[in-house]
Design a binder for this molecule. Sequence first.
Ligand SMILES: [Zn+2]
Length: 405
Amino acid sequence: MADSLSPATRRAFVMGAACSGLTLSGGFHQALAAVDPKAMMPSLQPGYQPLDKDERGLWMQIEQVEEDAKKSNFIIRDGALNTYLTDLCCKLAGDFCPDVRIYVFRTPYFNASMYPNGMMHIWSGLLLRTQNEAQLAAVLGHEIGHYLRQHSLKRWRDIRSKTAAYGFLSVPLLFVSGGIGALALQMAMLGSIFANNREDEREADGFGLQLMEKRGLAPDQASVIWQQLIEERNATAKAQGKKKAKAEPIFFATHPQSAERMIDLSVAAKAMQAIGKTYEDGKDRFSAAVGPLRGSFFDDQLKLEDFGGTDFLLQQLARDGWTGELLHYKGELYRQHGQEGDYAKAIAAYSEAITKTDVPAEAHRGLGYTLLKTGDKAAAQIAFKQYLELRPAAADRAMIEFNLQ
Ligand SMILES: [Zn+2]
């Protein structure tokens, strides 16, 4: 079972990523040349191997990280999900398909990262936030773009000439032991070695759009998912009574965002679309692969105790309507928050959830506990009985029976 991050750990690893100073190294105020997504070309060939001794050394260290990743307890090994993500990456990477390998990690933050040897990490928090295949492809295509332009190798060469930061790579990662917090801290530090500058980001965005367009996935979904991430960060800050979020999303530590990026992206997406060609969002394929695991991703998200961000996320996911599962998690969120008026909102959400066919049995349990909090023991017992009827072998059966006495 994943443990949650303490606020101190969360601060520490975001600082770990940001304090390297690498994210600022591109020079935020310099003018950047426009990138034409259609004209983006890879800077390497399929089947690429490291060229010189330095690069071979870097690969050897990254290969050790990859070996450790394979054994990690945090890897999601669900066959259908892995097949789906591998196929999608393959579709996007085209001739480079055999060079890219994906590893899906169970950690609730929005993140994906690409390493110089073709290893790609995808975090479950990303899968929780994307709503269709086109949005997911926008992020994966962006990461593949970094690979095709060899950005991480370039950044590594840059900083290695300036600092001794590459010593980070000798730190063994806590892929097997340790909690999600410690793992995320180390992964963020590792990622910060390869932090991109804004010029790299534009190229990766350009490539992302190009790869989406080639596969018939709607390019305009790219700006939707990036914009949603920014708005979620703002919602987190607002609920904490702050103008600015305490910590930037991990993804932004290695992929700096800029105000003009969203405008560039949506303009470029329009220019990218061929007249008369139809594009799809691939929602059905995405839902079939990710849907069965979404509950477990939500359970992890709740452990972050990020009320504002999670509430915003639920509203985004419910844009096409509130399902039983989404209503259940709305109930869980408000029950956990437990401030004035929250229990009433939780009871309303659970009560609506249990009228839907896709509701998890746990909605009855959540309803029971919330009713207990409000002093309605008789109604709580009805809900608990319903939960046990649906889940006779529940792990918490003894606790529920205690509440039925
Ligand atoms: Zn990037």
